[in-house]
Design a protein around this ligand. Structure first.
Ligand code: OSB
Ligand code: MG
Length: 369
């Protein structure tokens, strides 16, 4: 694969409904799309860096600048045997995993097209359909939250995850559990608690949650291990897991019993696959996280979720939950059984709507070797 050019592009898309986590509320997404031009095949990917450095220290401006000044120059003009070889070329640049993932994943996308193979198969995936859950943000009122859950349960989603923070936790879990005693329910704190809250967090056990995601600091294993010893509910780590060594350490320390894999957070498909394999070897189930992606990132998440240790429903849901109009065709759709069937077409399996992307673009730059 010869890397001839890299196009960076920022698009702006309003969310159908705001999304609020313990670190803030988003109404409008600023999204960095990458296209890598390789001898006739255009590989597309999305950087999941957000509007500000809140989920992670990376954000759209840092990703853009790092790709432009440091990462793309490592790749331009090179001929690579396969997409994973890009990770080695970018290895001397520390951190910036979301930026690296966008480049590496665009190369996987191009390679799958060149080999005329579905991306899921190139990644080593075998599942013909994937199990879907939804992540429901903090709302303005409990009533609004209950209405949202009702819609998603009726749509067939297999797991409902609620964002929590102090003051929006036991009260909502109580209301939700009393109305839906049997649904598969989990929660995600995005680091909203500390070890002072052990007693408080222990009271989450009564709600029979599938897991509590990232209750403590984004960069911690040790305190999560202390907390896990005190809880019946499994802890799932998201922010803390940056690579396969982190996964191995967290498992060894018993800091979690489940791991969420986000391909952007861990620097690309190659590292995501390594984490998947480490977890599988230790009988730790994984699931695919989401970052409010457009259809491009969503298609990549679907492909990744076909690896066999993705045993729990992921935050991979229908395009229409986020976007009035998605930038791929067909849009990502979810069956009444809460599944997405995996495309058997070559490449990502969804066509890019370049005309629409053009209209949404606010800046663009093409780098040539
Ligand atoms: O922690 O999983 C998270 C969205 C933005 C930042 C962090 C997270 C999330 C989600 C969204 O939960 C899940 C989705 O994309 O559907
Ligand atoms: Mg999370």
């Amino acid at each position: 694969m010869k890397i001839e050019a890299v196009t960076l592009r920022e698009i702006r898309m309003p969310l159908v409904h705001f999304f609020e986590t313990s670190f803030g509320r988003t109404y409008n997404r600023r999204i960095l799309l990458i296209t890598i031009h390789c001898e006739g095949a255009d590989g597309w990917a999305e950087s999941v860096s957000g509007e500000g450095p809140f989920f992670s220290s990376e954000w759209i401006e840092s990703s853009w600048a790092t790709i432009q000044s440091h990462l793309a120059p490592k790749l331009l003009g090179k001929t690579l045997p396969a997409a994973p070889d890009s990770a080695g070329l970018m290895g001397s640049i520390r951190g910036h995993r979301m930026a690296k993932a966008a480049l590496e994943n665009a190369l996987w996308d191009a390679e799958a097209q060149q080999l005329q193979q579905p991306l899921s198969k190139l990644l080593g995936g075998t599942l013909p359909e994937i199990a879907c859950g939804v992540s429901i943000g903090i709302q303005d009122s409990v009533e609004q939250l209950l209405e949202k859950i009702e819609v998603e349960v009726a749509a067939g989603y297999q797991r409902i995850k609620l964002k929590v923070k102090p003051g929006w936790d036991l009260n909502i879990l109580e209301r939700v559990r009393s109305r839906w005693p049997d649904i598969v329910l989990s929660c995600d704190a995005n680091s909203a608690y500390t070890l002072q809250d052990v007693e408080h967090l222990r009271s989450f056990d009564q709600f029979n949650l599938l897991m509590i995601e990232q209750p403590l600091w984004h960069d911690d294993f040790y305190c999560h291990a202390c907390l896990q010893r005190e809880l019946r509910t499994p802890i799932c780590l998201d922010e803390s897991i940056r690579n396969a060594r982190d996964a191995a350490a967290a498992i060894e320390l018993k800091a979690c019993r489940i791991i969420n894999i986000k391909v952007g957070r861990v620097g690309g498909f190659t590292e995501a696959k390594r984490i998947h394999d480490v977890c599988q070897a230790h009988s730790i189930p994984v699931w695919c996280g989401g970052m409010l992606e457009t259809g491009i990132g969503r298609a990549h998440n679907v492909a990744l979720s076909t690896l066999e240790n993705f045993r729990l429903p992921g935050d991979v849901s229908a395009s229409k939950r986020y976007w009035k109009e998605d930038i791929i065709e067909p849009e990502v759709e979810v069956s009444p059984r809460g599944t997405i069937s995996v495309s058997s077409h070559p490449g990502r399996g969804y066509r890019i709507r370049e005309d629409l992307i053009e209209k949404l673009t606010v800046r663009r730059e093409t780098l040539i070797s």
